[in-house]
Design a protein around this ligand. Structure first.
Ligand code: M6R
Length: 608
């Protein structure tokens, strides 16, 4: 989704802004723009398409400045045209914005009455005019921005500069992410830390309702009540090389191959110190001992992690769970249960649907919350009572891969902690689970070694329009995840079903043109699944089956088989999803799509 970067410095900030925009590209966008302050003038350049086009325009026009803001836009209000691209300008004020202003129509009418002329279809343009409107009276950029944002309904992160104040940048956030990068006699703003790693690793994370006035040597923050606020400067553990591609062709490929490392980092504390509720924070034991049920809230891939966790927690800890799509829960009349633990799952921790679902749960009186998240400074973590940070490292590809498997590792850990607290596992069982978890990264390495075989499979998918994924039990959410991956980056329409459900409708779709991908681990449901696969074969469907070593499914014409190591028991979903990730990656390569930035999608979905 939209990316923001801004800088006040004593050097030309144009290259810093362009580099920052490149580092924000992964969020998804369709146009880009920059505004630089040059001798009391705003030099604005906007282009559609990729940041390199903007970079070229900046170079050709020799644009430079010691203060500036820049933006990548993911279109919501108005098509991805140059006129709709940010920054938006009103008089000497320039604004970049991430989020959605829900009352923009009312404000637009009011500003028109006041004589403002609108040149874009965006909701953002009202912010530029509003700041200008108030600035005319006060000549104070900070005060004008504060008055303007008080009029806005919805979500925003904004950066504002003014041509008469060459060393000043004003930033504000409500519902959309924004941080301040702290340098030496230079400061920055950005949507996320990765954009600023070449210039600083010290960050201030703004809170909802904060407004900041940023100069060369000063940062003053006011909170939502207009009071001066102290915000801690945090040292990021992220290193610039963590977000570099290295030897890989795409971030998705790199991130798939990083999974063994990501898993062992995520599990390190557990396998070293054993199963203990402190893993979730100081209140871990008291909260996790008090709860009687769990509601998971998440979106997309993270929702699939929730669905998998439900099987683990109900079976191992005996605690009833339900998993809900965050955007549905948010607007559903649900029955609150004070004994329920609300578990949100998110890679970014900034997904607007998940964040507002959590806030909704809190407003209903839910007091127990746990965030499973890959970004320790994110809004979701800050809003939750307990947290467990997955150690996947920055995930750049839009398709979530290592974030998913580390979420699963964190959720399996949760199942073990809850089971231990309820006396459902003894010391011997604990040791067995820990051994299995220790072995997981090595097993994952063996699965990754199957990439050549998967690549061959993918050649069959280049011409396909549709695909069907089947799984049962614990592996049904993995089938859902396989289908999501395939549609997301290869644009092949894919559906997933619990295999037992096939005969209740989807079997009608099966013919020789419909590849059916089945996940067939050697678990209690294998024989049932084999019968379901016979139903597919009998209708001429071509089967692609991911099996465990001892599954005894024969490869033959129209049954293709890829064999994983011996059945990994409860941890099997964490391994079985990997071939599906690789399949979608190679199918996308076959189709020539933009793997890391698939059309219409954004990495961090910060609008509802
Ligand atoms: O950052 P989150 O985990 O909250 O994101 C949720 C979804 O937007 C995300 O998982 C999405 O479905 C992925 N692009 C799937 O690969």
């Amino acid at each position: 989704m939209c990316g923001i970067i801004g800088a006040v410095a004593q050097r030309n900030v144009a290259p810093i802004l362009i580099e920052g925009l490149k580092r924000l590209e992964y969020r998804g966008y369709d146009s880009a723009g920059v505004a630089l302050l040059q001798q009391q003038e705003i030099h604005r350049i906007r282009t559609t398409g990729r940041v390199v086009t903007l970079e070229e325009a900046v170079r050709k026009q020799g644009a430079h400045g010691i203060t500036g803001i820049a933006h990548t836009r993911w279109a919501t209000h108005g098509a991805p045209t140059e006129d709709n691209a940010h920054p938006h300008v009103s008089g000497g004020i320039a604004v970049v914005h991430n989020g959605i202003i829900e009352n923009h129509e009312v404000l637009r009418a009011e500003l028109r009455q006041a004589g403002y002329v609108f040149v874009s279809q965006t909701d953002t343009e009202v912010i530029a005019h509003l700041v200008h409107f108030y600035f005319k009276t006060s000549q104070d950029l900070f005060a004008a921005t504060r008055e303007a944002v008080a009029r806005l309904h919805g979500a925003y992160a904004i950066g504002v500069v003014c041509n008469s104040m060459p060393n000043k940048l004003v930033a504000a956030r409500q519902g959309s992410p924004l941080l301040i990068g702290v340098g030496v006699e230079e400061h920055f703003i950005a949507s996320d830390a990765s954009a600023l790693l070449p210039v600083t690793q010290r960050f201030i994370y703004l809170e909802d309702g904060d407004i900041a006035e940023i100069g060369l040597t000063s940062i003053a923050v006011q909170d939502k009540n207009g009071q001066p606020a102290e915000r801690e400067i945090m040292q990021s553990e992220m290193r610039p090389e963590m977000v570099e591609l290295g030897e890989y062709r795409h971030y998705m490929q790199k991130e798939i191959h990083e999974q063994p490392r990501a898993l062992s980092d995520t599990l390190q504390e557990l396998v070293t110190n054993g199963i203990q509720p402190m893993l979730y924070g100081p209140e871990g034991e008291s909260v996790l001992s008090s709860i009687e049920r769990i509601t998971f809230l998440a979106c997309g891939t993270s929702y699939h992690a929730a669905l998998t966790a439900r099987y683990w927690i109900e079976a191992l800890a005996g605690i009833p769970c339900n998993a809900e799509i965050a955007s549905e829960y948010r607007y559903r009349t649900s029955v609150p249960d004070p004994k329920a633990l609300i578990v949100t799952i998110s890679q970014s921790g900034e997904t607007a649907d998940t964040l507002s679902a959590l806030k909704h749960a809190q407003s209903l009186g839910h007091n127990y919350s746990l965030a499973i998240c890959n970004v320790s400074e994110s809004a979701l973590v800050r809003e939750s009572r307990l947290n467990m940070i997955t150690r996947a490292g920055p995930e750049i590809g839009v398709a979530s891969t290592k974030a998913f498997t580390t979420q699963l590792a964190a959720l399996f850990t949760l199942a073990l902690v809850l089971a231990k607290l309820r006396g459902k596992i003894d010391a011997a069982a604990e040791q067995k689970h820990l051994e299995a978890l220790r072995a997981l990264p090595g097993q994952m390495q063996r699965v990754l070694a199957l990439e050549g075989q998967i690549q061959k499979w993918s050649e069959h998918f280049a011409e396909k329009q549709h695909a069907l994924f089947l799984g049962r039990g614990l592996h049904y959410p993995i089938a859902l995840e396989g289908a999501l991956k395939l549609k997301e980056i290869s644009y092949i329409h894919a559906e997933a079903y619990p295999a037992g459900e096939l005969k209740h409708g989807p079997l009608a779709l099966v013919d020789k043109d419909m590849p059916v991908i089945a996940i067939a681990p050697n678990d209690a449901l294998l024989e049932k699944l084999k019968s379901n696969l016979q139903e597919v074969r009998a209708r001429g469907g071509e089967l692609y089956v991911v099996v465990d070593e001892d599954t005894h499914i024969q490869e033959m014409d129209e049954i293709h088989k890829i064999t994983l190591p011996l059945h990994a028991g409860w941890l099997s979903p964490i391994l079985h999803v990997v071939p599906l990730q690789m399949l979608s990656y190679h199918a996308a390569l076959q189709k020539g799509t933009d793997v890391d930035k698939p059309r219409n999608l954004a990495k961090s979905v910060t609008v509802e």
